[in-house]
Design a protein around this ligand. Structure first.
Ligand code: PLP
Length: 375
């Protein structure tokens, strides 16, 4: 099998896997209990929080463990409902993940106005677009750090500065970015940031939210007093430990991983061109390393995905068909991929386990499928 869908999820890091074993067996105590048996769990949680904070330039108390990107996004967006001022409007981009977009749909039903920013043809939110949209009652701007479909990296620092200039808070969904590109919350200036462990070789169902010190945000999940009363529920020690080990490793090898992934992209795209395939590469030049989103002329992305699957190759698509319609993803629509290409969109997301040979096999397999399709 060739797994080239690392933007969907990643394989758990082996050191992270080893590190969690004691917390799933002999060191199983509840970290919130006062007795000595709980100390290893408590210490592990503290160490994990400190490690994660350092990796993104934060303080440990600014990191709150959650069940992943979806929960963190929901929390950041829906916190607007509880703020005590009459500023309740939210601005977001039209290419956010559904964790943000569907939170916005919910909020709209609660009469919270949402403004959706258009993006350019590369998926970039232009700072002037944000400037024009901020209104007196805007409470929060939420723009993702990097797009999960096309890999475009957004100008977060610039956008954040604009929001702050107007006294508006800034959240970024950094689920695809953390562990893959440098992320420093102080440098960026963001107030809230969402991350998910399974995108950087941690466990699924775990993640964190960064909440800037001094920001008064209401809990999203009510219950016990875990996470300083901000996020109730018995802590998942193993998930936090795995997340910290995996994130630290990803940060340590970031530069070499970027080089390797850029090289895989290069060989993949070169091979597609050598095979004479007519395609558009989507996204901006400043993109997440390893994500290659292409739209193939006159093709069917879903069909290609299934044919690749039969060859043991895992990728994603930007379109999905039911029996009557083809649904083109909101991102592919937002960047205005021409109709002749849009339906044939697939996303290859390489990881550090992939080789140049994998990249060439995938390109040749696509060629093979397209040739047979044409016959
Ligand atoms: N945000 C983005 C940009 C994502 O890519 C994803 C997952 O694909 C999420 C949020 C949701 O994260 P999780 O799977 O941890 O809930």
């Amino acid at each position: 099998m060739i797994y080239a869908d690392n933007a969907a999820t990643t394989k758990m890091d082996e050191d992270a896997y080893e590190a969690i074993k004691p917390f799933l067996s002999e060191k199983y105590a509840n970290a919130s209990q006062p007795y000595f048996f709980s100390k290893p769990a408590k210490d592990a949680l503290k160490t994990a929080r400190t490690t994660i904070a350092k990796c993104i330039g934060a303080e440990p108390e600014e990191i709150i463990f959650t069940s992943g990107g979806t929960e963190s996004d929901n929390w950041a967006l829906k916190s607007v409902v509880y703020n005590h001022s009459n500023k309740k409007r939210i601005i977001t981009s039209s290419i956010e993940h559904h964790a943000v977009l569907n939170s916005c749909r919910f909020l709209e039903k609660c009469n919270i106005p949402i403004d959706y920013l258009a993006v350019d043809n590369h998926g970039v939110v232009l700072p002037e677009t944000l400037c024009n949209e901020i209104k007196d009652d805007t409470a929060l701007v939420s723009v993702m750090m990097a797009n999960n479909e096309i890999g475009t990296i957004e100008p977060i620092q610039e956008l954040c500065n604009i929001a702050h200039k107007y006294g508006v808070l800034f959240h970024t969904d950094a689920v695809q970015a953390v562990g893959h590109i440098p992320v420093d919350v102080r440098f960026l200036g963001v107030d809230l940031l969402s991350a998910s462990a399974h995108k950087f070789n941690g466990m699924k169902g775990s993640g964190f939210i960064y909440i800037r010190k001094g920001l008064n945000i209401q809990p999203y999940i009510d219950g016990g007093s875990q996470e300083r009363g901000l996020r109730a529920g018995t802590e998942n020690i193993a998930a936090a430990v795995a997340m910290a080990v995996a994130l630290q490793k990803n940060c340590d090898r970031m530069e070499s991983a970027q080089k390797q992934l850029n090289n895989l992209e290069y060989h993949f795209l070169k091979r597609l061109s050598q095979n004479g395939i007519d395609f558009i590469r989507n996204g901006s030049a400043n993109h997440l390393p390893g994500i290659v989103n292409i739209s193939l002329r006159n093709s069917d992305g879903e069909l290609i995905l299934h044919r690749l699957d039969l060859k043991g190759i895992c990728v994603s698509t930007g379109s999905a068909c039911d029996s009557n319609n083809t649904h083109i993803s909101h991102v592919i629509q937002a960047i205005k991929v021409p109709a002749l290409y849009a339906k044939g969109t697939i996303r290859i997301s390489f990881g550090i386990s992939n080789t140049i040979e994998d990249a060439i096999i995938i390109a040749d397999s696509i060629n093979d499928i397209l040739t047979k399709q044409a016959c």
